[in-house]
Design a binder for this molecule. Structure first.
Ligand code: 5GP
Ligand code: ZN
Length: 114
């Protein structure tokens, strides 16, 4: 999509601190981190959010979860623990409508979330 912030990050029009990339997935540091480790993992393909997922997307979503654990290991939080979060819609505070998985860790994460 031409007018999507995260599509522009994937294609390099808007700079980001990239930490991982493969054929399906791009991962980068969140610009406003909410934890010592706060990484956004996104499909390269534009998908607006959870309600827009289709059967064909199962592979990329599965890949994102495996990349999340890989990046947790690389960032030293796989043993201490981490959270993978997707915000969907208004009540969850979704601000960017290109689906993204937050990988958060490096501190105690309260439950339930706020
Ligand atoms: P949401 O609230 O939609 O689940 O999360 C959007 C996330 O994107 C927020 O954590 C926010 O800090 C991050 N974000 C927004 N704009 C940018 C940007 O231009 N670059 C980066 N790296 N992160 C961004
Ligand atoms: Zn997009």
């Amino acid at each position: 999509m031409t007018d999507c912030l995260f599509c522009k990050i994937v294609n390099g029009t808007i700079p980001s601190k990239k930490i991982y990339e493969d054929e399906y997935v791009y991962a980068f540091h969140d610009i406003d981190p909410k934890a010592p480790v706060h990484i956004l993992i996104i499909p390269k393909k534009h998908i607006s959010g959870v309600p827009d997922l289709r059967n064909d997307d199962d592979v990329v979503i599965g890949r994102i979860m495996r990349v999340a654990h890989h990046l947790a290991q690389e960032n030293g939080i796989a043993t201490s623990g981490y959270r993978v979060v997707v915000n969907s819609g208004k009540d969850a505070g979704q601000a960017v409508f290109h689906i993204h998985y937050h990988l958060l860790g490096g501190r105690h994460l309260a439950w339930p979330p706020g």
